[in-house]
Design a protein around this ligand. Structure first.
Ligand code: MN
Length: 197
């Protein structure tokens, strides 16, 4: 868990994103999902582990439908302070666009049988390419898995487990996005139409 990559991609005199530093390990772990309209709209799924946020970019966003296996590309670890970041990343900067918190809360690392495990064990599962966790968010609740596709280190799938929080209805994270997020995207899309003319 290192922030070297995170820092090397950003100029903190130009972006409002937190420079952050490695945080102390805590027993209560947080997760956050940020809706990020950069060059492409995606959702960043982040789990606190060992003082940083392990991060995946999920193009379609998370789903509460267990049938949806959402592609999740692992990206660089982010500082824990990033969990509350919202705002505009100016053009010319890495990830330029708009970031909003879509959901946040705490999580518990769990094993195959749904038993709570230690962060150290969870970290071993992460390196083995398969983790399970119990989310306690406002939108995302219950058990989920992130599974490495074994194609490379970066390609994972985010999957909801069947439990009382799961749905068999079609699920779109955009339906739960903040009005301000959708307004930003509408403005960007409008811009695109104008440019095409
Ligand atoms: Mn992003």
């Amino acid at each position: 868990m290192s922030l070297v990559k995170y820092k090397s991609k950003r100029h903190f005199n130009e972006t409002p994103e937190p420079e952050g530093k490695k945080a102390k390990e805590r027993s209560k772990l947080i997760f956050v999902v940020q809706r990020h309209h950069a060059s492409h709209l995606h959702y960043d799924f982040r789990l606190e582990l060992k003082g940083t946020l392990k991060s995946w970019a999920v193009p379609k966003g998370p789903s509460l439908n267990p049938k949806d296996k959402r592609l999740a590309m692992m990206v660089e670890d982010h500082p824990v302070a990033y969990a509350t970041f919202e705002g505009d990343i100016p053009e010319g900067n890495y990830g330029a666009g708009h970031v909003d918190v879509w959901d946040h809360g705490t999580y518990e690392p769990i094993d195959e049988d749904g038993e709570v495990i230690t962060a150290a064990e969870f970290n071993r599962h992460l390196h083995a390419g398969s983790i399970k966790f119990r989310l306690k968010g406002k939108l995302l609740k219950g058990d989920f898995a992130l599974v490495n596709m074994k194609k490379d280190e970066k390609t994972w799938l985010l999957i909801k487990h069947k439990d009382k929080y799961a749905t068999d209805e079609e699920y779109s994270s955009e339906d739960y996005a903040k009005k301000s997020s959708l307004a930003y995207t509408a403005t960007r899309n409008k811009g695109k139409v104008v440019k095409k003319k």
